[in-house]
Design a protein around this ligand. Structure first.
Ligand code: HEM
Length: 512
């Protein structure tokens, strides 16, 4: 086989054919542009490579310069594909027009979820509904559990720090903490606390992202080829998450059966637990006739994989961004936020926080929102144009069906009119001045997306992060290990994650 490939690649005719094929695909892609009033394609020097190199190595500069030169809507040529970049004037048009732009299709083009879990396509709506109705709708009732679990996890993973304790991998600890509070409300009280299920919550997302580490070289010819290539192992039966699926199934099945048994036995006297598992038990399509032999477990497991992917990485990255921003700006904000935390703690007599107590952490809320705003990617939220044969923007530009439209976060985040003074600077109380909580989806804050598909888990995530930081402020003094936290850096459009050592020490003085 190797020999055959060598002979083929050595052959001048074959070489010419391959190069000719690549050029033909490239030229045909560009020639298709002429029929529509497309946004300007930013100038590039090298055919085929297009903007790929600058997109990967200095995306910030590429986007800022292109925006300045070509206006708020323009196109780039990256990994063989034309992508349209949408500026602040058009962002909300894309969010609003969910008949014409699909973020689910957009993500599906980048991550072949439909091959990783079979029910992925049908589950997007179900999961959004579960999270909207249960994790957001019933949050008031979940706060007590979330809190208990965060306290338990902090004690377990950080513990008493009478002497300064250096934590070498803070992201790992944070992942443990978030896994506990998330697993509790997804798989339920009965089984969330098992080591294997917590490990699954912690690591499932990165197992999937291993597939995405393969650079999309074949996309230079066609994205379909890249997708075929990275999914070869899946087609031969290897699945990066099969071990996680087994863990989830083994843990939830006995719980589900017990609940069905109790429900039948106790009838109306049975009190249904509050978690995502119960949402599936209540769904007659998943659990017809409450028959334990007829439960669609594969569907439930796939649903939980989807929820884990949506919730764990996003919350972990956000919580870690807030913690490092706080440690970095310790001198200016730690004491003030500690005082707010202590005030609220006193008002609730050191009892459990209610959702209203958490809402009263307004300085912390603004700090969290500012951290999330500035932790944004440069461009993200791929929305696939599904309007046939093309979509015409309010500004007159047109893009063909199938084109990926990416939101230019910088355009919104750097805008003085939208953000107030010094938009690129970290101003912790900028959102407090505008009385705008971190969970609010609005024109100047894109962290949770927008429109009909705006993140339904945002209230859960923000409350989790606020409770965590509140408890840390009350209990510890946290600093870096004699090293400055590095300034923000990017890989392509994504901010690189910080994981510098942190030193925790029990807080000594109590300020009244
Ligand atoms: C700080 C943490 C989080 C961030 C930054 C975040 C961000 C996002 C974004 C940007 C979207 C796409 C929005 C759009 O299409 O306009 C989204 C969708 C979604 N998020 Fe989150 N998310 C977070 C936490 C969570 C959590 C904790 C859950 C579940 C408990 C969750 C569940 C979902 C679901 C199910 C969707 C899909 C909604 C749909 O397709 O209609 N997210 N999230």
């Amino acid at each position: 086989m190797k020999k055959l490939i060598e002979i083929l690649l050595d052959d001048i005719y074959i070489q010419s054919f391959i190069i000719g094929l690549i050029l033909a695909v490239f030229l045909s892609k560009l020639s298709r542009r002429t029929k529509l009033n497309e946004p300007p394609l930013v100038y590039y020097r090298f055919p085929i490579i297009g903007h790929t190199w600058s997109y990967l190595t200095d995306c910030n500069k590429l986007i800022l310069e292109s925006r300045e030169k070509y206006g708020e809507t323009f196109s780039l040529y990256v990994f063989g594909q034309i992508m349209t970049i949408i500026g602040k004037e058009t962002t909300h048009e894309v969010f609003r027009k969910d008949q014409d732009f699909s973020i689910r299709e957009g993500f599906r083009s980048l991550v072949p979820n439909h091959l990783i879990y079979r029910h992925a396509a049908n589950l997007a709506e179900t999961n959004a509904k579960i999270i909207r109705e249960f994790a957001a709708g019933k949050l008031t009732h979940l706060i007590s559990r979330i809190q208990k679990n965060i306290i338990k996890a902090i004690d377990l993973y950080i513990g008493e720090c009478v002497e300064p304790k250096v934590i070498h991998d803070p992201r790992n600890i944070l992942a443990d903490i978030i896994a506990i509070s998330t697993a509790n409300i997804v798989v339920g009280e009965e089984c969330y606390n098992n080591e294997d299920i917590l490990e699954t919550f912690k690591t499932l997302t990165s197992s999937i992202f291993k597939l995405l580490q393969i650079p999309p070289i074949l996309s230079f010819i066609h994205p379909w080829l890249h997708e075929q290539f990275i999914t070869i192992p899946l087609r031969f039966g290897w699945n990066p998450i099969s071990k996680h699926k087994k863990v989830i199934l083994n843990r939830i099945k006995p719980v589900f059966e017990n609940r069905l048994y109790d429900k039948k036995r106790l009838g109306d006297a049975w009190v249904a637990p509050l978690d995502a598992l119960q949402c599936h038990l209540n769904d007659p399509e998943v659990t017809p006739d409450l028959d334990p032999n007829n439960v669609n477990y594969e569907y439930i497991v796939d649903s939980f994989c989807g929820i884990i992917v949506s919730s764990m990485g996003t919350t972990l990255n956000s919580a870690s961004s807030v913690l490092y921003d706080l440690v970095k700006r310790k001198q200016h904000f730690w004491q003030e936020l500690y005082q707010e935390a202590q005030e609220i703690n006193k008002q609730c007599n050191e009892n459990e926080l209610t959702i209203d107590d958490i809402a009263r952490m307004i300085k912390l809320d603004s700090f969290v929102k500012e951290s999330l705003r500035l932790f944004s990617p440069i461009v993200s939220l791929p929305h696939k144009c599904i309007s046939k044969p093309c979509y015409t923007f309010a500004n007159g530009y047109q893009i063909p069906s199938g084109r990926m439209a990416f939101i230019n976060f910088l355009d919104t985040d750097n805008d003085e009119e939208l953000q107030g003074q010094n938009p690129t600077e970290f101003r912790a109380y900028r959102h407090l001045e505008r009385n705008s909580p971190a969970t609010k989806v609005e024109r100047n804050f894109l962290t949770f997306g927008g429109g009909k598909h705006a993140c339904p888990g945002r209230a859960f995530a923000v409350n989790n992060i606020k409770i965590f930081i509140h408890k840390i402020l009350l209990k510890y003094d946290v600093k870096t290990n004699n090293k400055e936290i590095e300034p923000k850096r990017y890989f392509g459009p994504f901010p690189l994650l910080v994981n510098d050592d942190l030193v925790f020490e029990n807080r000594k003085e109590i300020v009244n």
